[in-house]
Design a protein around this ligand. Structure first.
Ligand SMILES: [Mg+2]
Ligand SMILES: [Zn+2]
Length: 223
Protein backbone atom coordinates (compact mmCIF):
# COMPACT_ATOMS: atom_id res chain seq x y z
CA UNK A 1 0.00 0.00 0.00
CA UNK A 2 1.32 3.37 -0.95
CA UNK A 3 0.98 5.95 1.76
CA UNK A 4 1.58 9.61 1.66
CA UNK A 5 5.18 10.13 2.55
CA UNK A 6 6.20 12.22 5.52
CA UNK A 7 8.25 15.28 4.75
CA UNK A 8 11.94 14.91 4.12
CA UNK A 9 13.95 15.38 7.25
CA UNK A 10 16.44 18.10 7.70
CA UNK A 11 19.09 16.94 10.08
CA UNK A 12 20.89 20.15 10.65
CA UNK A 13 20.69 23.70 9.55
CA UNK A 14 24.35 24.48 9.60
CA UNK A 15 24.63 28.09 8.64
CA UNK A 16 25.34 30.28 11.65
CA UNK A 17 22.34 32.23 12.93
CA UNK A 18 24.20 35.51 12.74
CA UNK A 19 24.62 34.96 9.04
CA UNK A 20 20.99 34.66 7.96
CA UNK A 21 20.16 33.42 4.52
CA UNK A 22 17.83 35.43 2.37
CA UNK A 23 14.15 34.70 2.86
CA UNK A 24 12.85 32.08 0.43
CA UNK A 25 10.99 34.69 -1.61
CA UNK A 26 13.88 37.04 -2.11
CA UNK A 27 16.24 34.14 -2.66
CA UNK A 28 14.02 32.77 -5.39
CA UNK A 29 13.89 36.17 -6.99
CA UNK A 30 17.66 36.25 -6.81
CA UNK A 31 17.93 32.79 -8.33
CA UNK A 32 19.64 31.08 -5.39
CA UNK A 33 21.72 28.22 -6.73
CA UNK A 34 23.00 25.08 -5.07
CA UNK A 35 25.34 22.18 -5.58
CA UNK A 36 23.69 19.05 -4.18
CA UNK A 37 26.18 16.43 -3.07
CA UNK A 38 25.39 12.79 -2.69
CA UNK A 39 27.07 11.44 0.47
CA UNK A 40 28.35 7.84 0.22
CA UNK A 41 30.84 7.32 -2.59
CA UNK A 42 30.88 11.04 -3.33
CA UNK A 43 32.01 12.89 -0.18
CA UNK A 44 33.06 9.78 1.74
CA UNK A 45 34.17 6.26 0.95
CA UNK A 46 31.42 3.89 -0.11
CA UNK A 47 31.33 1.10 2.48
CA UNK A 48 27.71 0.08 2.17
CA UNK A 49 25.51 1.03 5.12
CA UNK A 50 27.57 2.88 7.71
CA UNK A 51 26.88 0.67 10.70
CA UNK A 52 29.72 2.01 12.79
CA UNK A 53 30.57 5.74 12.62
CA UNK A 54 34.19 4.69 13.24
CA UNK A 55 34.25 3.30 9.70
CA UNK A 56 33.12 6.59 8.15
CA UNK A 57 35.91 8.07 6.00
CA UNK A 58 35.55 11.41 4.29
CA UNK A 59 37.59 11.76 1.10
CA UNK A 60 40.57 14.09 1.58
CA UNK A 61 39.46 16.28 -1.36
CA UNK A 62 35.82 16.62 -0.22
CA UNK A 63 36.36 19.66 1.99
CA UNK A 64 38.17 21.52 -0.79
CA UNK A 65 35.29 20.76 -3.13
CA UNK A 66 32.75 22.15 -0.66
CA UNK A 67 34.92 25.20 0.00
CA UNK A 68 35.01 26.03 -3.70
CA UNK A 69 31.21 25.96 -3.74
CA UNK A 70 31.08 28.22 -0.65
CA UNK A 71 33.47 30.69 -2.22
CA UNK A 72 31.42 30.81 -5.42
CA UNK A 73 28.34 31.80 -3.40
CA UNK A 74 26.32 28.68 -4.11
CA UNK A 75 24.71 26.61 -1.38
CA UNK A 76 26.40 23.30 -0.56
CA UNK A 77 23.74 20.76 0.42
CA UNK A 78 23.99 17.01 0.99
CA UNK A 79 21.13 14.75 -0.16
CA UNK A 80 21.44 11.11 0.83
CA UNK A 81 19.42 7.89 0.86
CA UNK A 82 19.78 6.21 4.25
CA UNK A 83 17.39 3.29 4.00
CA UNK A 84 19.46 1.50 6.65
CA UNK A 85 17.17 3.33 9.07
CA UNK A 86 14.04 1.78 7.59
CA UNK A 87 15.79 -1.56 7.26
CA UNK A 88 16.39 -1.50 11.01
CA UNK A 89 20.19 -1.50 10.66
CA UNK A 90 20.69 1.73 12.60
CA UNK A 91 18.68 4.50 14.20
CA UNK A 92 18.25 8.04 12.95
CA UNK A 93 20.40 9.14 15.88
CA UNK A 94 23.28 7.18 14.30
CA UNK A 95 22.71 8.96 10.99
CA UNK A 96 22.86 12.30 12.80
CA UNK A 97 26.05 11.27 14.54
CA UNK A 98 27.66 10.43 11.20
CA UNK A 99 26.46 13.76 9.83
CA UNK A 100 28.04 15.64 12.71
CA UNK A 101 31.25 13.82 11.85
CA UNK A 102 30.90 14.73 8.17
CA UNK A 103 30.23 18.35 9.06
CA UNK A 104 33.31 18.51 11.29
CA UNK A 105 35.56 16.91 8.68
CA UNK A 106 34.41 19.34 6.03
CA UNK A 107 34.85 22.28 8.40
CA UNK A 108 38.33 21.08 9.35
CA UNK A 109 39.21 21.41 5.68
CA UNK A 110 37.78 24.90 5.41
CA UNK A 111 34.40 24.04 3.88
CA UNK A 112 30.86 24.56 5.16
CA UNK A 113 27.79 22.44 4.46
CA UNK A 114 24.63 24.51 4.44
CA UNK A 115 22.36 21.55 5.15
CA UNK A 116 22.07 17.79 5.04
CA UNK A 117 18.82 16.13 3.94
CA UNK A 118 18.32 12.38 4.12
CA UNK A 119 15.69 9.82 3.30
CA UNK A 120 15.27 7.07 5.94
CA UNK A 121 12.54 5.21 4.03
CA UNK A 122 12.31 2.05 2.00
CA UNK A 123 9.23 0.51 0.38
CA UNK A 124 10.03 -2.80 2.11
CA UNK A 125 11.42 -1.40 5.33
CA UNK A 126 11.31 -3.64 8.37
CA UNK A 127 10.48 -0.71 10.60
CA UNK A 128 6.86 0.07 9.89
CA UNK A 129 6.91 3.83 10.15
CA UNK A 130 9.59 4.01 7.45
CA UNK A 131 7.82 1.58 5.12
CA UNK A 132 6.57 3.95 2.46
CA UNK A 133 6.94 4.46 -1.24
CA UNK A 134 8.13 7.94 -0.42
CA UNK A 135 8.84 10.85 -2.69
CA UNK A 136 12.28 11.53 -1.24
CA UNK A 137 14.26 8.35 -1.88
CA UNK A 138 16.47 9.09 -4.87
CA UNK A 139 15.85 8.83 -7.83
CA UNK A 140 12.72 10.61 -6.56
CA UNK A 141 13.47 14.32 -6.28
CA UNK A 142 11.81 14.96 -2.90
CA UNK A 143 15.00 15.86 -1.03
CA UNK A 144 15.96 18.36 -3.73
CA UNK A 145 12.47 19.84 -3.65
CA UNK A 146 12.46 20.10 0.14
CA UNK A 147 15.77 21.95 0.04
CA UNK A 148 14.50 24.21 -2.71
CA UNK A 149 11.47 25.15 -0.65
CA UNK A 150 13.48 25.81 2.47
CA UNK A 151 16.26 27.81 0.85
CA UNK A 152 14.46 29.31 -2.13
CA UNK A 153 16.64 27.48 -4.64
CA UNK A 154 16.13 27.58 -8.37
CA UNK A 155 16.70 23.90 -9.15
CA UNK A 156 17.03 24.52 -12.88
CA UNK A 157 20.12 26.60 -12.14
CA UNK A 158 21.53 24.05 -9.73
CA UNK A 159 23.71 20.94 -9.93
CA UNK A 160 23.70 17.41 -8.55
CA UNK A 161 26.96 15.52 -7.99
CA UNK A 162 26.81 11.79 -7.26
CA UNK A 163 28.28 8.37 -7.93
CA UNK A 164 25.05 6.62 -8.91
CA UNK A 165 22.59 7.03 -11.73
CA UNK A 166 19.83 7.54 -9.15
CA UNK A 167 21.57 10.83 -8.30
CA UNK A 168 21.71 11.80 -11.96
CA UNK A 169 18.06 10.88 -12.47
CA UNK A 170 16.90 12.86 -9.44
CA UNK A 171 18.67 15.91 -10.81
CA UNK A 172 17.28 15.40 -14.28
CA UNK A 173 13.72 15.25 -12.91
CA UNK A 174 13.95 18.76 -11.52
CA UNK A 175 15.88 20.24 -14.42
CA UNK A 176 19.21 20.44 -12.62
CA UNK A 177 22.47 19.59 -14.34
CA UNK A 178 24.42 16.65 -13.03
CA UNK A 179 27.92 15.25 -12.71
CA UNK A 180 28.69 11.56 -12.19
CA UNK A 181 31.84 11.00 -10.16
CA UNK A 182 34.01 7.91 -10.66
CA UNK A 183 34.63 7.39 -6.95
CA UNK A 184 32.36 5.08 -4.95
CA UNK A 185 30.42 2.94 -7.42
CA UNK A 186 30.62 5.56 -10.16
CA UNK A 187 33.01 3.71 -12.42
CA UNK A 188 30.99 0.52 -12.14
CA UNK A 189 27.76 2.40 -12.77
CA UNK A 190 29.23 3.89 -15.91
CA UNK A 191 30.40 0.52 -17.18
CA UNK A 192 27.07 -1.10 -16.42
CA UNK A 193 25.22 -1.42 -19.70
CA UNK A 194 21.85 -1.25 -18.00
CA UNK A 195 22.55 2.12 -16.51
CA UNK A 196 23.27 3.66 -19.86
CA UNK A 197 20.36 5.27 -21.57
CA UNK A 198 18.49 6.01 -18.33
CA UNK A 199 19.60 9.53 -17.60
CA UNK A 200 23.01 10.59 -18.75
CA UNK A 201 25.03 13.03 -16.67
CA UNK A 202 26.07 16.34 -18.16
CA UNK A 203 29.62 15.53 -17.20
CA UNK A 204 31.73 12.71 -15.76
CA UNK A 205 34.48 13.65 -13.31
CA UNK A 206 37.23 11.75 -11.56
CA UNK A 207 36.02 12.84 -8.12
CA UNK A 208 33.91 15.45 -6.35
CA UNK A 209 36.62 18.10 -6.46
CA UNK A 210 36.95 17.80 -10.23
CA UNK A 211 33.16 17.77 -10.45
CA UNK A 212 32.93 21.10 -8.65
CA UNK A 213 35.62 22.57 -10.87
CA UNK A 214 33.51 21.63 -13.88
CA UNK A 215 30.36 23.07 -12.25
CA UNK A 216 32.01 26.40 -11.53
CA UNK A 217 33.34 26.55 -15.08
CA UNK A 218 29.85 25.95 -16.47
CA UNK A 219 27.63 28.16 -14.34
CA UNK A 220 26.66 30.26 -17.30
CA UNK A 221 26.46 27.57 -19.95
CA UNK A 222 23.33 25.62 -20.55
CA UNK A 223 23.79 23.02 -23.23
MG1 LIG B 1 26.45 7.44 -3.44
ZN1 LIG C 1 12.04 9.01 1.72
Amino acid sequence: MIRRSPPARLTRRLRAAKEPIASPDSARANGQRAVFFDRDGTLNEEIGHVLDPQDFRVYPFAARAVRLVNQAGLLAIVVTNQSGVGRGLFAESAVRRVHRQLTRRIEAGGGRLDAIFYCPHHPEALVERYRVACSCRKPAPGLLEAAATQFGIDLTKSFVVGDRFVDITAGRRVGARSVLVLTGVGRKELEDEESNGIAQPDHVAENVYEAVRWVLGNLGNRK
